[in-house]
Ligand binder design. Sequence first.
Ligand code: SF4
Length: 583
Amino acid sequence: MSETKTHGEKAFVLNTGRSLMQGISMEAESKWSEKYFNAVAIAEMNPSDIAKLGITDRARIYNENGSVVLRIRPNSNVPAGEIYIPMGPWANMLTDPVTDGTGMPRLKGTKVFVEQTNEPLTSLIDILKELGAKNLEIHMEDAPVKTGERRTVENVVCPFCGDLCDHLIIEIDGNMIVKNTGGCAISSAKFLNYHKHRVLKPYLRHQGKLIEVSLDEALDKAAEILANSKYPLIFGLASTDIEANRYAVELAELTHGVVDNTSVFCHGPTALAVQEAGAVRYTFGVAIHLADLVIFWGCNPLEAHPNHVARIVLREGRFIKGRKSRKIIVIDTRRTPTANLADLFIQVEPGRDYELITALRMAIKDLDIEAPSVAGVPKEKVLELAEMMKTAKYGVIFFGLGLTMTGAKYKNIVAAIKLVQELNEWTKFGLLPMRGHYNVAGSNQVSLWATGYPYAVDYARGFPRMIIGVTSATDLLANGDVDAALIIASDPVAHLPRKAAEHLSRIPVIVIDAKWSLTTAFADVIIPGAYVGIECEGSAYRMDEVPIRLKKLVDPPPGILCDSEVLRRLVEKVKLKKGVVYE
Ligand code: SF4
C-alpha cells in the first residue's frame, strides 16, 4: 500500500527479500560477478506504477538513507505502490538502520521515492566506494582440482540453507565435484563451484594494498588487532560449524568484546519472542508425517529454500498421503511463486501482520470482528482461515522475515506464538522459523549454551549480557561503538544497511572466509577458510533445531584450515598477547 505525497512525490514501500537467482549467482560466480549484478541490481514494480512514472528501463530510487539507479522489471505480483529489490548491497543503500531496540534493521517496509532517469546504473564498485571500501583489490583464484579416482558419497548434507537437506548424492572425480543429485539449483551451484573464486592465501593490508603473508603472520596480526581493541565485534558464524562458534564466544570473552551472529538481522526477533512467550515447535518429521495444513507466512521457500516444499509438503508421510491430503495456505504481501502453489493465498498489507494475527485469535475464540476487513484482508477470509486452522488435524506454520522484519517485529512473533498456543486448545499446531544460513540455528544454540543468550552477547564487563538495540551488530556498527571487527564466514557489507556497513571502513577488520566477499574490500587481514560440509566435517543445527553432522568430501586446498582450527589458533595467540593463562 502506498503512502501519499511528500514534497509532491509519491512514496513507495520498499520490500527486500531473497531470490533464487541471487543464491545461484553468488554460489556459482561470486558477488563480484556480472551474473550477481544482473540478479540483484534490479527492482520490480507493478506495471501500472511503471507506466504512471514513465519509466523506460531504469529508475533512480532514493530516500534519506541513499540513492541507487536500478533496472526496473515489471511484475504484476508486486502490488501497486510497492517496490521489491532482492537483498544485497543495492537494497542496503536504502534500508533503514534503525532497529527500534530489536537489533533488526528495517529491511522491509522502508519508504522510498522513485523517478525515471537515464543515468548510468549504480555498479557494485560505485557502492563499495561510497561505503568507503579500503581497497577494491581482489585476488580470486580457483583451487587446484584434478580428475582421478571416481567416488560417490551418499547422504551428503547441503551446507547452504537452514533445511540442511541430508539426502544428496555427490559424485566426485579426483577432487572435482562433478554431480549433485538431490540438491536444488543453489546447492548444485555451491557444490559444483566450491573450488572457484577462492581466497587461497592469507593477506594483510599494508599501505593500502593487500600483500600475501604466511598464515602465522596473518594470525599474529589478527591477534594483535583483537588484543589491542577496547571493544571488538566478532560477527557472522551462521555459515560455519558449531565448533567454530564455540571459539568465537571464547574470543569475545577474552577480548571483552561482543559476539553476535547473523540471526540478528533474520530471526533475532523470533528468539526474543520465544524468551517472552515460549516455543511451540515441531520437527520436519512431524510436518512430513502428520501435517494436513501447512501455512507459509511471510516466506517464499520456492526461491529461498528451493527443496523445502518438495521435501516437506509434497512428500507422502506416514499418515498423510502427499499433496492431495494437505491444504497449503500462503500469507504474504505479494503473490510469490510459493503463493502460486497454495489452496488459499491471503494478501496482507505490508507491516500489518500483527493485526491479522490478532483478528485470527479473536475469530478462533468466536469473538466478533466488527471491521469489514483487517490489514487489507476481508473479514470473510479471516473467518475462513480461522476455520481451516481450527479444523486441521495437525497444522504447521513456517514463517519468515516477512513477519520478523516488519511492523511490530518481535511482537508479531509473540502474537503468532500465542495464536498457536491457543490453537492447541482445539487441535495440534506448531510454529517454525524458516532459517536462512545453514547453521544460523546452531549459532543461536552455541551462544545459548555458552552464555545464556542466543545472540548479541556483550562481554565488556567480563560477564555475558545481551542488551538488544545496544549490543546487537547493526546498532554497534551504525552507532560507531566498536573499534575492531572479526568477521567469520559472513558478508555483512552485503546484508547490513549502509550506515552500519560504513563503520567497517573506519576500524580494523579481520575476515575469515572461503571466498572473496564484499566485506573483504574492508578487511585489513584476510584469512582463508575451508568449506564445512565439503572440505571439513562439522556439526550444524537444522531450522527445526535438529543437530546434523556434515561430511568432508574432499581435502581443502593446500595450507587452508577449517574455520574451527583457524579460530583455535587465534584464541591461543590472543591469550598469549593478553598474558591469559587458564589453570
Ligand atoms: S533447500 Fe537448502 S539445504 Fe536443501 S539443497 Fe537447497 S540450498 Fe541445500
